[in-house]
Design a protein around this ligand. Structure first.
Ligand code: HQG
Length: 178
């Protein structure tokens, strides 16, 4: 079992389905580290050192430990309603959203919807957006007029791993790039 596979399983538990192993998340999305290790290791090998390695080396810095190291949570990407204490900030004037080309016309009509997650995910650079889009097949990139949205009263949040989040992007703030 590779670290990447274990990391994907952690994402599933910490963002979407903790009940798969009977894990409990608190209102801020934290799970008890010892409890997580105990429950996960019934399915695949996991010890504290490996978990620390996954958290430290994760390519998107998806997870954080609490200051005392007793708790762990995903930094963003949840579908379950937890409050990960996101920073509400003024966004850069332009953000990007990467998606699958097949969703383009629906997005142009409806704007960006959060679908199963708590927020729409936006990237500050095109390359990251392209990588996100590739997860859905042939990628398509939308440019988001986040400066105008912010001026119009929309709230923006940034996760500790640098993902920009907002609840909805109406179509009038979107420009289809390629
Ligand atoms: C699309 C990954 C049709 C939306 C990534 C997206 C990200 C619409 C899909 C994070 C739509 C939902 C999130 C509309 C939105 N009509 N389709 N009106 N509005 N969509 O996976 O942004 O590796 O929930 O474009 O890097 O792809 O997991 O969202 O294609 O940061 O850490 O509905 O997940 O991070 O798909 O990805 P997702 P996402 P991790």
């Amino acid at each position: 079992m590779s670290l990447k596979d274990t990391s994907k399983f952690l994402s599933l538990l910490l963002r979407h389905k903790p009940q798969l192993v009977g894990l409990e998340l608190d209102e801020h999305g934290w799970a008890d580290v010892d409890d997580l290790i105990r429950r996960v290791s019934r399915r695949r090998p996991l010890d504290r050192a490996t978990l620390e390695q996954i958290v430290a080396t994760d390519d998107k810095q998806r997870y954080s430990f609490s200051a005392d190291g007793k708790l762990i949570r995903a930094n963003q990407g949840h579908s379950i309603a937890v409050d990960v204490e996101l920073a509400e900030l003024e966004p850069p004037p332009i953000l990007y959203h990467g998606t699958g080309a097949r969703f383009g016309s629906s997005i142009t009509a409806q704007g960006l919807l959060k679908m199963s997650r708590l927020y729409v995910h936006l990237s500050s650079d095109i390359e990251t957006a392209r990588k996100v889009g590739r997860r859905h097949g042939v990628p398509k990139i939308f440019r988001v007029d986040s400066g105008r949205m912010f001026a119009d009263g929309f709230k923006f949040f940034r996760s500790v791993n640098g993902v920009w989040l907002t609840e909805h992007v109406p179509a009038k703030y979107l420009e289809e790039m390629f």
